[in-house]
Design a protein around this ligand. Structure first.
Ligand code: HEC
Length: 157
């Protein structure tokens, strides 16, 4: 009985999530929006099977960059909100890195070192609940192009 009702409910939740988070604005902007990334996975399962893309020390350095250079204009929710996750989730990490490196800080784009940008990205991963590991995230376009920004599904409203 439980099993019989679980799947339709999960399916409905997926459809609702895809509708809410994949609204017209986002689909228009990014036609490759994949509802599959919104599949109902528990946050626990998520943490267990998520690649560890950065080190804790690196996120700490990134937090310093954030405080000194980014926090004047941004609150951390700017990079953790459901909108942000919907926009960047499932995309290559290199896209996010490039976006930040080429446009931020808004008043002096490109003014930080590649390492500082990379550490800021590591901090953004941490803010989004992605697990730290043993291997540093490198400022390497090829490596980052092969890594996905796999954010947990946005919390239920
Ligand atoms: C002088 C103000 C300012 C500073 C400093 C600044 N930003 Fe921004 N940032 C903005 C504005 C304004 C936007 C939105 C417009 C845009 O995308 O250009 C933005 C957008 C972003 C986005 C895109 C958000 C999205 O929803 O896609 C990211 C990521 C970001 N900033 C990261 C950073 C990081 C990391 C730093 C520090 C290295 C930083 N910003 C420093 C003003 C700033």
């Amino acid at each position: 009985m439980t099993i019989r009702t679980f799947f339709p409910t999960a399916f409905l939740a997926t459809v609702i999530a895809a509708t809410v988070f994949g609204g017209a604005r986002m689909s228009a902007q990014r036609p490759a929006f994949r509802p599959a990334t919104m599949a109902p996975r528990s946050v626990l399962a998520f943490a267990a099977d998520t690649a560890k893309l950065y080190t804790e020390a690196q996120a700490t350095d990134g937090a310093e960059v954030w405080t000194k250079t980014c926090a004047g204009c941004h609150e951390s929710k700017d990079v953790t909100s459901a909108d942000f996750r919907t926009k960047w989730g499932g995309r290559a990490l290199f896209e996010l890195y490039t976006q930040i490196r080429t446009t931020m800080p808004d008043d002096a784009p490109g003014s930080l070192t590649p390492e500082q940008y990379t550490n800021a990205v590591a901090y953004i991963l941490k803010l989004n609940g992605l697990p730290a590991g043993e291997i540093k995230l490198a400022a390497d376009s090829v490596a980052m192009a092969g890594m996905k920004f796999e954010v947990p599904p946005p919390a239920a409203p």
